[in-house]
Ligand binder design. Structure first.
Ligand code: FAD
Length: 320
């Protein structure tokens, strides 16, 4: 069976969920070989093996420590040369897409970004993408080189599939670009304790209807009761009520959670582009004619200042 390289996104050995989802998809097209880099790379092996990795290629070097992409591209290229895989799968984060694009150029292969599904085809893996503000779904395959495919978080389930997960050291020689770039300073972002927006299983978003930065506390309270990430429409972001890093939509982030709760958001096409592939959509809006209601699984016509706190209390009481 052909091997499929899976780039591992991890923090000090803790594997992030989108990588486990990639392993599920990789198993559909071949035998997953994971590539884990940097501090804690070897510590990822047990989790990766539990989810189907037949092999885990690891490398650690000071070059990986500084969040630079080029050393990781060098490593992935070395893994590609060592394995000759049927495909290379990378999580669709900002970093993942840059790594994937650079790798595709280096190995003279085609690339598909932001896939939402993947299946085996007669002539190579077939990727599904959601395009034109999610108005269409396309299926494509790469005809040149080794397919390099980035996959959006929450596109596949995490499945237990025990495999050998044999750890092998990957030998990497770094390019001039990798060794010639140095990080001079870093400013850590203050942690909210909430999940990352694009990876969260639940997203609770607020829009212009929230009517002020201070009122986002209502949205945050519901999010915290559900263990969710907080999103915002562009109108709310442009008004300065919430950071741009939380904007959902065409010019913000694309999310595809199990549950998306939109409060005080009208449902403009540019907002829908970033959340329309969510599995279950709930909206709270006082205007029964708001376009968001064309999209929802459950809609509440009402004032968010009454409905959302009640929802939060209900969730809390059910949790006991
Ligand atoms: P509005 O459209 O003003 O809707 C507010 C809603 O809140 C209304 O439906 C109203 O009935 C409801 N409401 C008001 N008060 C209450 C209350 N008390 N209780 C309940 N409901 C209430 N938008 C994005 O979101 N993300 C993007 O990435 C994005 N990119 C864009 C890119 C381009 C090139 C352009 C042109 C636009 C983009 N937009 C984007 C903007 C988009 O077109 C809309 O203007 C925006 O999404 C509207 O945000 P909203 O739904 O919060 O506000």
């Amino acid at each position: 069976m052909a091997e499929v390289l899976v780039y591992v996104d991890h923090v000090d050995g803790a594997v992030r969920k989108p990588t486990l989802e990639l392993l599920t998809l990789a198993r559909r097209i071949g035998e997953p070989v994971a590539v884990a880099l940097g501090a804690g790379a070897e510590a990822t092996a047990a989790t990766l093996a539990e989810h189907g990795a037949v092999k885990v290629l690891t490398a650690d070097a000071p070059e990986f420590a500084d969040y630079l992409v080029v050393p990781k591209v060098d490593a992935l290229q070395a893994a590609h040369a060592a394995v000759s895989p049927a495909a290379v799968l990378v999580p669709s984060s900002a970093e993942g897409k840059e790594i994937a694009a650079r790798l595709a150029v280096r190995i003279e292969s085609g690339i598909i970004t932001d896939a939402v599904d993947l299946e085996a085809g007669d002539e190579g893996p077939v990727a599904t993408q959601s395009v034109f503000a999610a108005a269409y779904t396309t299926k494509s395959r790469i005809s040149k080189g080794t397919p390099v495919i980035t996959v959006k978080p929450n596109s596949a389930p995490v499945e237990a599939a025990p495999a050998a997960g044999a750890v092998e050291a990957l030998s990497v020689s770094f390019s001039e670009q990798a060794t010639g770039t140095k990080v001079t300073s870093r400013t850590p972002r203050e942690s909210t304790g909430r999940p990352e927006l694009t990876e969260a299983a639940i997203v609770v978003s607020g829009g212009r209807g929230v009517n002020g930065a201070e009122n986002f506390a209502i949205i945050e309270a519901l999010a915290d009761s559900l263990g969710a990430a907080v999103g915002a429409s562009r109108a709310a972001v442009d008004a300065g009520w919430y950071p741009h890093s939380n904007q959902v939509g065409q010019t913000g982030k694309s999310v595809s959670p199990q549950l998306y709760v939109a409060s005080g958001i009208s449902g403009a096409i540019q907002h829908r582009a970033g959340m329309q592939t969510s599995k279950t959509i709930v909206a709270v809006n006082k205007d029964a004619e708001a376009p968001i209601f064309d999209l929802v699984d459950y809609g509440v016509v009402g004032d968010l200042f009454e409905v959302v706190p009640q929802l939060t209390e209900e969730v809390k009481s059910r949790k006991g």
